[in-house]
Design a binder for this molecule. Sequence first.
Ligand code: SAH
Length: 258
Amino acid sequence: MTASRKPGFPARLGGAPKPAASPAAGARAAAGPAAVTQGLGMDSDAVRQRMVRRLAQAGIGRAEVLQSMGSVPRHLFVDTALAAQAYEETSLPIGWGQTISKPAVVARMVDLLLGAPGAQAQGKLARVLEIGTGCGYQAAVLAQLVREVYTVERLRAMHERARDRLRPLRLANVHLILGDGMLGYAPGAPYAGIIAAAGGEQLPDAWCEQLAVGGRLVAPVAGAGGGQALMVIDRTAQGFVQNVLEAVHFVPLKSGVA
Ligand code: SAH
């Protein structure tokens, strides 16, 4: 994991993907079993598997997404006082006025991302850009599913906390960047997938420019009437294809670093 630093490029593209260690196992090895169950008063694995069954019933069809959601210790990404709620179908505060999306929304967006038109030809998606690292949870879920995750956060304190929370999981393929995600992150482009955890009035041009042909962008965008909707944009050899899906509620996309 690199922090506030440009990763080495060219990124490993042709090489065989390194199998990602189970983050749950990593956390246990680094911090001991007590840290994993801390604040839950029960084995977190059992509650997490219950969450996974719920996600499957709710229509998340990709086994690898369910597996990843079933292995990332979500409760370690929220305050200890909220850990007992971590696997409930609810969004939770993560500090500085920001929230982590409820599990079904994370799973849905990641599931959509893996449906990128070019995905089948690649095996695992090569490089994915996440806008809005927040607590780092979704980045950890993505790390199991794609080769390299570039995740940008504009709030320095949030970025640093995410780094601390991700450290015990030892995910060498997650690159944390402090910056304005409205500019994308050019050094990692083109991306096989871009996923935004904050929504603005419009999609920044940089995101479409940095999307590879065959890539998919999944982002909340302001719709008519002030609400937000999930938008999926596929970049094909012929151009961009846009689909507007269900209503969602994400924190606002803001510019600049703070
Ligand atoms: N994926 C996150 C959810 C983060 S909430 C998780 O798993 O926790 C959305 C985050 O987007 C907030 O932390 C907010 O600070 C950040 N954000 C908003 N505008 C941004 C921008 N322009 N660039 C980078 N991050 C941004």
